[in-house]
Design a protein around this ligand. Structure first.
Ligand code: HEM
Length: 496
């Protein structure tokens, strides 16, 4: 009898894998960058040497090329080909590409509302109501700063600043989403704020099981869900429990007041006015809470990231902070401590700093999409087949000399002061909020909350890095995370 050792089995498995997963490139496709190690392809360089590797690929193969990672071909797009993705939303789908590594529908199983619903909600109910809600945002930013940073008579050093800032940013957002009564509960604010931190790691787990089969990654990731555990369940329980009494109270008010009921300006009240709101149905509140989670996931972590990056960018540059302090003081004097939305929008130096900071977020490649038509031919003549995953070489686009000048690579905090190009403005090259039909609908809220947060912090504290240097971000594969080096807060009033 022939005996087969484990090693022989492994070799047979690898050979089959090699044959099955071999990249097949059709005619007229963007060039596939050559690689030496079969099966692994460019995976190592993609994960551990992204910046240099992708830059060299672009120099050699142009704006549009393919690499072979995790057992599949991925086409990397920059400049004109990147712009085409935003201009042709019917051909490129981000949701399906995201779901491969991040099973959002299984994490939020109660809601079957479509992404368009959340986009409209963010645009109309969150960004669209910012002028009404700016007072709430201001009130809770001040409260969050007092509670979380507080008195820094003695310099206070914060190491994981993103966590701290995330709670401050989450507080006003929670108030805007569910109203002041429900958001008075700290556990609810934490549940909404921490959601993305708890789910975020799923997004950055390298999908090594893709080497065997695409579906295997999702299958393994979601095994715990099948046994009733998911990273969302704990958060959902907290939010449902806190919202239930508020919902019942509002339903009672609606019944008693009839046409005289004065709607609250929060998202919860909007959900309650939808025809599919029915508190008598089991799990109906769970349905709306999962919708709330979709918005919180998109809103909180992203905004706090913008805020903490900008803080580090200022902290490493004392001369910039001084200039921003002068601007902040002038606005503060004029409005006696209570700024309006127009004031926030008119803080041009702060706006420029935030925009420059977002431009330097440092993510090399992101916003993967699937090409979902039969085939797609770019204006440069290259064609990609149905199902091809594409990713955007964002860092290259955001540092394009044609759009930002010869010094595009430099961090120039006041680059946009006279450019009539606010941080919310999406254009061909400034793609931090995506572009086209799906451009981020929450960006007006995000930028204004970030600016208002920074305005209050700049007025209250001198901020510096513990090292006295400009701190670098941390690379996680092609993506970045804020620095975790010490950030020092010192009371301003006393030290000036
Ligand atoms: C600085 C903070 C933020 C950044 C950097 C950011 C970035 C982005 C990006 C890159 C996209 C994809 C756009 C595309 O596909 O072209 C997006 C989509 C989206 N964002 Fe934001 N976002 C931020 C804040 C917010 C906030 C505060 C909200 C909610 C109030 C929000 C809600 C959404 C929604 C609902 C979408 C999906 C839009 C669609 O598919 O049509 N975002 N965001």
């Amino acid at each position: 009898m022939i005996e087969v050792s484990m090693f022989q089995l492994f070799v047979i498995f690898v050979i089959i894998l090699y044959i099955v997963r071999r990249p097949r490139i059709g005619e007229n496709e963007p060039p596939l960058v050559p690689y030496t190690i079969p099966i692994l392809g460019h995976t190592y360089n993609y994960l551990f040497n992204t910046k240099k590797f992708i830059k060299e690929c672009k120099e050699q193969y142009g704006d549009c090329f393919s690499i072979y990672i995790f057992g599949e071909v991925m086409t990397i797009l920059s400049r004109d080909t990147l712009t085409e993705v935003f201009r042709n939303p019917d051909n490129f789908d981000m949701i399906s590409a995201t779901k491969e590594t991040f099973p959002l529908d299984q994490l939020l199983p109660y809601s079957d509302d479509k992404p368009e619903f959340h986009a409209r909600t963010a645009r109309e109910q969150v960004s669209g109501k910012l002028d009404i809600n700016i007072g709430i945002v201001q009130k809770y930013l001040i409260k969050g700063i007092e509670n979380s940073i507080g008195d820094c008579n003695e310099p206070k050093v914060v190491y994981n600043a993103w966590n701290l800032i995330n709670y401050i940013i989450a507080l006003p957002i929670a108030n805007v989403l569910v109203g002041e009564e429900a958001a008075s509960h700290e556990d609810l604010v934490k549940a909404l704020g921490d959601l993305a931190f708890d789910l975020g790691p799923l997004l950055v787990i390298p999908p090594i099981l893709f080497f065997i089969h695409k579906k295997l990654h999702e299958f393994v990731l979601t095994i715990p869900f099948k046994f009733g555990w998911s990273p969302v369940s704990r958060h959902r329980d907290i939010v449902v429990n806190r919202l239930r009494p508020v919902v019942e109270k509002r339903l009672k008010e609606r019944k008693e007041l009839g046409d005289n009921y004065k709607p609250y300006n929060d998202l919860l009240d909007y959900y309650m006015s939808r025809p599919n709101f029915d508190n008598t149905k089991p799990n109906n509140l769970h349905f709306h809470v999962d919708n709330l989670f979709s918005i919180s996931f998109a809103a909180i972590n992203t905004t706090s990231r913008a805020a903490v990056d900008a803080l580090y960018d200022m902290a490493g540059r004392p001369e910039v902070l001084n200039e921003l302090y002068e601007e902040a003081l002038a606005f503060d004097k004029e409005c006696n401590g209570s700024v309006t939305l127009a004031d926030v929008q008119n803080m041009v130096k702060l706006d420029s700093l935030v925009k420059e900071s977002l431009r330097h977020a440092g993510n090399i490649i992101n916003l993967s999409h699937h090409m979902v038509s039969k085939s797609y031919t770019f204006s440069n003549g290259f064609t990609i087949p149905e199902g091809r995953k594409i990713s955007l070489y964002s860092d290259d686009m955001l540092k394009a000399k044609e759009n930002f000048g010869d010094d595009a690579e430099e961090f120039k905090p006041f680059r946009f002061v006279n450019a009539k190009s606010p941080a919310t403005k999406v254009d061909r090259s400034y793609i931090v909020f995506g572009g086209g039909r799906h451009a981020c609908p929450g960006r007006f809220f995000a930028i204004n909350e970030t600016k208002l947060f920074l305005h209050k912090v700049i007025l209250n504290y001198k901020i510096s890095t513990k090292s006295g240097k400009i701190e670098d971000k941390i690379f996680i594969g092609p993506l970045t995370s804020p620095s975790q080096s010490g950030l020092v807060f010192e009371n301003r009033v006393k030290n000036n």
